[in-house]
Design a protein around this ligand. Sequence first.
Ligand code: 4NP
Length: 162
Amino acid sequence: MVCLGNICRSPLAEGILKDKAKKAGLNWQIDSAGTNGYHTGEPPHQLSQKVAKMNGIDICDQRARQFVKEDFDHYDKIYAMADDVIEDMRRIARSHYDPSKVDLLLNELYPGKNMPVPDPWYGPEPGYHKVYELIDRACEQIIKKATNVLLTKGQSQVSKPE
Ligand code: 4NP
């Protein structure tokens, strides 16, 4: 899950997808990063933390890190929050850039529409709630798709949540 600062949108996406994957019994490695590195080492924005907590998700232990080209080696799928993020990823990853691994997160919800998750960074709290809802619905779709595929394959990789 990649955004610009790794303090507003992508920490929510990481926390939400981790929560849903765990509940679905999916043993996925999920992480987030930002392309600009301005906030490296910082916890998520306090409004992202607050909105996550209101929805039962604790993201306060996350720390921002910058996206690196090796992320293309370590991850099967890389979701960007917006087009400018994809451009930055392309610039950072250079020859490591693999377009088959990259998509805009909201294309899971609105296929082919290429909509961004709006950046709530400059605005007040309601923007964070809107972003939470969009990310939550997109992540729900990711889990639904994955579990359908695995169930079709005979549940070999789906285990019951604890
Ligand atoms: P994010 O929001 O990409 O959702 O974490 C931003 C946070 C900080 C900045 C830009 C976007 N910034 O330029 O400092």
